[in-house]
Design a protein around this ligand. Sequence first.
Ligand code: PRF
Ligand code: ZN
Length: 390
Amino acid sequence: MLNFELLTTDPGSHARRGTLTLNHGPVQTPIFMPVGTYGTVKGVMPRSLEEMGAQIILGNTFHLWMRPGLDVMASFGGLHGFEKWNKPILTDSGGFQVWSLGAMRKISEEGVKFASPVNGDKLFLTPEVSMQIQTILNSDIVMQFDECTPYETKGHITTEREARSSMELSLRWAKRCQAEFTRLENPNALFGIVQGGMFENLREESLAQLVDMDFPGYAIGGVSVGEPKEEMLHIMAHTPHKLPAHKPRYLMGVGTPEDLVQGVADGVDMFDCVMPTRNARNGTLFTRFGDLKMRNARHKNDPQPIDPSCTCHACTGASGVSWNDGGREGFSRAYLHHLDRCGEMLGPMLTTIHNLHYYLNLMSEIRAALEAGEFTAFRARFKAERARGV
Ligand code: PRF
Ligand code: ZN
């Protein structure tokens, strides 16, 4: 089941504010969804995710199929009971992940054959198998099995002909996914994925055919696959708003804070990306005034928190009060720099909390701006502040 209610639309852009209701509860959109590939958002306890205001998280069909496997997932009644997250979960279909295996895979009309990266077993992932796995996982949003058209194919930029053949395969797989999802009587919601590479005409064909299939929601895939930024922005500007207005729109695997604000303006309701969590582990931190490299020696003796205006646990410590509001309990940049140098576990735990808080708070500010009819002013302020530098 899925219900999507549009609450407000921005007159100055394609931005919308809505409520998406799924089997495990409501989600306020626009939303960012933290990535929990292996049934965990790396280093973050579910209660911290809730504290930060996460409303829906991701899981991965491919990884959970490899480990712990379907028998374990089935015995726990799905992913929610296993990872102890009772709010909505979206699972990706495995198509994109199988893709990253490179030379280890063989693709055909039927599906993708590959050797398990865990134990070398020969495996065959098809649209039907992906639906069967996601039904066992009982994720609130199930993604169709697709082929993510790469930006480059065999050393050259993917041609229109190659992109068309890939997009058409994804459409045939969309039909098979829908048939299997229905046959399995899965009670959740299946999303179709628009492909078509960097070609606006192919994107339009993909979109029109998926809309004919009447999915409860739609994703835009095949962006952020190594293309120049202008190409991604072009697809973002020309795709989301052409999807049905009364259905949720999800831009897969995007992006920077700037990409999220632009994506909302382009009419996107849902985002996911490993950037906040992965960058946290590499010491790149997001702040209101730009990005901060924690590994830089200039932080060695700095008593300030990552972002004095931030209200996350890392920046406010026990007080819960930001430095800007007179609190002084936040973990210092000096301490985080030290934890990183020593390879201590607490380092990435705190920086991940901060980065996810930044992304979730950004979306919450966007929602508030849309409700107040101030999205244009919000965008201008966001750009100016981020460009200021820390
Ligand atoms: N397809 C699927 N998952 C994805 C993508 C896609 O195209 C992308 C593209 N950025 C990220 N994750 N199934
Ligand atoms: Zn913080």
